[in-house]
Write a protein that binds this ligand. Sequence first.
Ligand code: HEC
Ligand code: HEC
Length: 221
Amino acid sequence: MKTFLLRSMLKWTALVICSLWALQGQADLNQQYQILDDIQKNPEQLKDAAIKGKDRAGLCGRCHGEDGNSKRDFIPNLADQNAKYLVNQFEQFANGSRKNYVMSQLASTLTLEDRVNLAIYFSSQQAKPFVARKPKVIIQNEIELGRADFQDKCQMCHGEHAEGWAQLPRLASQPSEYLAKTLKKFKTGHRDRSKTPMTAIAKQLSDDQIKNISVYLSTLE
Ligand code: HEC
Ligand code: HEC
């Protein structure tokens, strides 16, 4: 009973934190989400946007893979990522709240239309677990420990299958190195990614927990 109460309290706290975070000075972002929502409701426009997004994605493919399945362990997949999260990250790279040498410069060259089209194109692609393409020795024990921690601490926001929703990112099938590196940045409040609710959450994780959760998530479809 106690655990049940604690869990539902955690879930509500999580929702409140996310709503507050989503409200911060986001008038401009809400407008971008609205454009995205309108296109997603119209099958003709959706098809057109995906074609334009694919055309614009040539350069992105060199690092993220043509179909959004990353070619390197330290680069994230974009395939099947939630479109709102992608639009949100373009805005963060462009306004400086998230930093990466290549992405910050690239994001500032994308028009509003590019952002929406790219988000629609990549979110419509199928994600493939990185481990399936690059076999590595995966220790079953790490996967099991990672699964337990994910269910306990992360699932309430990122979803049962780590599929995320809206601005909450999908984590399933991301390369483990990217996940571990990102969680360490959150944990240390690194300047590249300091304005996010993830900082408080990652501070509670040990390095072993980070490793196990990252390995577990990379194996999910
Ligand atoms: C030279 C390699 C390179 C190119 C080209 C590139 N990216 Fe990236 N991208 C990266 C790296 C590396 C990261 C991870 C940055 C970090 O660690 O925070 C990233 C992160 C991202 C993210 C954040 C994903 C997440 O899960 O949070 C998005 C969205 C993104 N890139 C979109 C694009 C798009 C769209 C293009 C083409 C217009 C593009 N990228 C081109 C290397 C690249
Ligand atoms: C309160 C809700 C919440 C909880 C609980 C939560 N997350 Fe997050 N997570 C978020 C939000 C919101 C973002 C997007 C942050 C941003 O845009 O910077 C995020 C982003 C991430 C990212 C970056 C994804 C990418 O593609 O760059 C990773 C990795 C992540 N979370 C892992 C975890 C793990 C592991 C746990 C459990 C230990 C967890 N999260 C628990 C809300 C949450």
